[in-house]
Each structure stands twice: as C-alpha cells, then as structure tokens.
Design a protein around this ligand. Sequence first.
Ligand code: NAG
Ligand code: NAG
Ligand code: NAG
Ligand code: NAG
Ligand code: NAG
Length: 483
Amino acid sequence: MRYLFVAIGALLFHYGLAYKAAVIEYYSESRDTPSDTILKNLQNYRTHIEKVRDQGVEIIVFPEYGLTTLVQDPEEYAIDLANDTKIKTELSDMAQEHALYIVVNVLEKSKEDGSTTKYYNTNLVFNRNGDIIAKYRKINLNNEPKLTPGTELVTFATNFGVNFGLFTGADILHHNPSRSILEFDNVTDIIYPTAWVSTLPFYSSLTVQRGYAQANGVNLLAANYAKAKDGRGGSGIYLYNGKYPEIYIDSSPSSKPIVQDVTKIDRRQKPTTCSSISPQGLPIPDDKPKLADFKTLKKFDASDYTFKDVDLSKEQVSTTVCHRQFCCNFNLTIAQPANTAEFFKLMVYSGKSTLADEEQNIRVCSLLACKDNSKDSCGERASSTTKFIRISIGSQVESDNTTFYVPLTLNNDLRPIKETSYCEQSDSNNATYIQLNTYRTQSEVLVFGIYGTSAGSSDVNAAIRHSTFILLLWLVIAKFIVL
Ligand SMILES: *[C@@H]1O[C@H](CO)[C@@H](O)[C@H](O)[C@H]1NC(C)=O
Ligand SMILES: *[C@@H]1O[C@H](CO)[C@@H](O)[C@H](O)[C@H]1NC(C)=O
Ligand SMILES: *[C@@H]1O[C@H](CO)[C@@H](O)[C@H](O)[C@H]1NC(C)=O
Ligand SMILES: *[C@@H]1O[C@H](CO)[C@@H](O)[C@H](O)[C@H]1NC(C)=O
Ligand SMILES: *[C@@H]1O[C@H](CO)[C@@H](O)[C@H](O)[C@H]1NC(C)=O
C-alpha cells in the first residue's frame, strides 16, 4: 500500500502536478546572548535545509519564534530589514545556494516616521535567488505586548506555479486574515508558521490545522514550535481534499522535518456537496506518538454550554441539541455491547468565545468524551473502549459571509480523526447545511464536532436576526422528528 502512494506521488511530481514541500517542527535552542541564540538556530536551519534539499524540496517552512526562542522582549532579537543584517544575508545565501524558497519567522524592528521604533512578528519569504519576495506581519498578536500588529494581507507567487497566502499563530482563528486572504481567488495554498499551545477540547494544534484546510479546500503547510512540556507542537502538510499524508506530534524535545508532495490545484475546492460521501484521509502509519509528556491544557467552562448525555447502551442515538439559536443534529451508531461505565456527552454553544482575550462570537457543537458523569470532566484526554460505527453531525445555518465553520476532530492521541467527510451545502433560501461524518468505525474519540467563528460581534447579531426564519423552520422539523 505504502509503495503505491509513493509511486503515485512520484508520478504526480514527475508530470508537474505536485510540488515538494517541507515543514520543520522545530525545537529552538537558547544560548547565553540573543545573537548567539539566533546564530545557533540559523546553523540548525542550515542543516535542515541541506537535508531536505537532497530530497528535492522546493519550499521549506520554519515555525514562529524558531530563530529567537519564545522571547517576550523583542529589542535585542529584532532585525531591521532596511539595514543589511547578518541574519538576513545568511538566510538569503542559504536560499540562493540551495535554490529553494525559505519561509522564516523573525522579530522585525522598523524605525517609522524617523522617530519611534516599532516591533513586529514577521514572516519572510526568500526566493531561489535569495531575494525577499514577501513580508507578512502577524495581525492577531497573542500575549505579545511589545509588538505592533500588522495590517496587510500578503500573497506571493512561486516559479513552480503555486500562489501562496501567509499567516501566523492565532491568525488562523480570526476572519482577518484567515478568511479574508481567501478573497484572493488566486491563492490555493497557505503557509502557516506557528508556536501554538494546544488547549483542549477545541484548540488542539493538529485539529485546528486540519479543520482549516478541510473546510476551505486549500493546501496548508503548518510548521509548529516544539516544546511539548508547555503544550506546544504539532505540525503537518494538509491537502485541499481533507487528506493529510503527514502530520507529527510528539513529546520529545527535538525537531522533525516533514517532507511531502503537495498536489497542485487550479483553484480551491471547498466541499460544497454533502450527497456523496467520498473517503478522505490516507492511512497514516500506526506509530503511536509518544505523548506522555505532552502537556495538555484545558479551557472549558462547562456551565456555559448546553449538554445532553449519550446513552451508550443504545445502538442508535438520534437527537437535536440547541443553545440559543444554534442547533445541531447528532446521529450516532454505537457498537454494542458498549461499556456503560464510560461517558460521552453532546454539547452545543453559541456566544462569546471563552478562549480569546478579545471578544469573538463562536458556535460549537460536539460529541465529547468525559472522564465521569460530570460536565466539567468532558474534553480531557482519557483512554476509552467505546466504538462508534458512525457519527454524523449536521446543522442548518444561515448563509452569510461573516460566520465560518470548520470541522473539529480529535482522538485521545491528539491527532485528528482521519476517516471523515465534511461539507457545507448552500440552498436557494439563504441556508447552508453543514455536515461532518465518519465513514469508518472510530475508537478513542475525544472530540467530534463543528466550530464556527464570526467576523465581528455586530455581524453575528445581524446574522442571527437573518436566521430567525430558519430557526422557526427548524423547530417545525425538530418537532416532526420528536413525534
Ligand atoms: C539602520 O541603519 C541606518 C544607517 O546606518 C541607521 O541610521 C538606523 O538607525 C538603522 N536602523 C536601526 C533600526 O537600527
Ligand atoms: C492575487 O490576486 C491579487 C488581486 O488580483 C493580486 O494583487 C495578487 O498579486 C495576486 N497574487 C498572486 C500571488 O498572484
Ligand atoms: C440519522 O440516522 C437515521 C437512521 O440511520 C436516518 O434515518 C436519519 O436520516 C439520520 N439523520 C441524519 C440527520 O443524518
Ligand atoms: C457573499 O459573498 C459572495 C461573494 O463575494 C456574494 O456573491 C454573496 O452575495 C455574498 N452573500 C451575502 C449574504 O452577503
Ligand atoms: C437572502 O438574503 C438576501 C440578503 O440578506 C436577501 O436580499 C434575499 O431576499 C434573501 N433571499 C431569500 C430567498 O430569503
């Protein structure tokens, strides 16, 4: 089987239907001085570049804060791109010498209006000639008080025929830029350096990455900062069709290159039809990741959410759960006999995000594994034996351009659930039906649901008003189901 994929990959590559990419899950090293730290990491970057270049890689992505380590004070680490710094020259030389595109994240300083120095969290793209062809400044800063947020969307073209968009870290949860970048029709692939702390149950690194690629039909190259004891780590290359041949998460303090052929696509392929459930997701190797030391933080205030218990003794569970105006239908087929000493609950929420520092409206509905019968115990890692033959979650929402949905799936080993299909099908009545299904029996399920986020608080209120009619429609349908 494995050889078949390799053969298909080689064929696609040969005919120019794919490009070869590398993302580095990177363990950043610290030295006594800021400049020694950066130079040490630059040296490590060089080693990675040399290795992947031998495999024919055309573009390599390093994570956020990889060169500097996770410093709070940018002053001594920041580089001025207007002045020819040693760091810039070294990166440029590496790109030129190995004739590949390099994406790195740096702390940037810039003297503006001749007086104040501003600091930015910046991604730089070097082309094969060593020129900087794109510079993106992170828009959604996250606990980075000394930095100034960026304001501009950035895209760049490559000489292997793929146009990329670029963003970093918490940007992936925000409309600007993670959805606004998709207003450029020419962008099919996204580059995503991050230093992500996984927070259960909804913001685990690989889940968020995979959900973004799957919901938007883009290829995503995600490079994360490895620091498992702080809950950081989890990188991958995700394809537009929901497949992800390579993902990585581990608790060892070391770096890991992921090299993958990425299918070239003419345009993004948002999954808009729910009728045919096509298999998505290649089998991934069964090497159980070593995750004992991976710190998993949890942020979940159960009292805010509407819950419904899952009766594991029933083979078929079909029900609708609502919170405010947001409703989800759940359809579960549970392998019998099930261990009724285990606990799963259905959960729905619509309202302010309890995670973000700033106000953001979210909607989420999910099947969650729980440690005991209490709501607070839901969404934590715990081994389970319950097998779900099928899980289907659907929600009918208003069609608008301000609320965006992604699938959320997570196993107890902190990997997304691979055998799933996701779709958003719009009808002529301004309604969209969102559906997430499994198509193979699943065990060790931790989270399985849909997550929606809105562009702004005022927007969602308008959207909710629009949805009143759909809600009424729903109540009528729900009534028929109950009867
Ligand atoms: C960049 O170099 C110029 C000229 O050498 C200098 O005036 C300026 O202060 C430097 N900028 C920074 C931010 O160090
Ligand atoms: C994509 O299209 C936009 C708008 O037409 C343009 O400004 C941008 O340069 C294009 N990007 C690439 C990578 O071609
Ligand atoms: C739920 O499952 C039942 C039984 O298989 C099926 O008849 C029904 O259409 C399903 N509903 C949804 C929303 O998938
Ligand atoms: C959403 O955006 C699309 C494309 O820009 C547009 O055709 C559609 O009318 C918009 N819908 C709403 C509800 O604004
Ligand atoms: C859909 O929404 C638009 C904009 O809100 C509205 O003008 C239009 O009448 C709606 N169409 C239907 C069928 O409800």
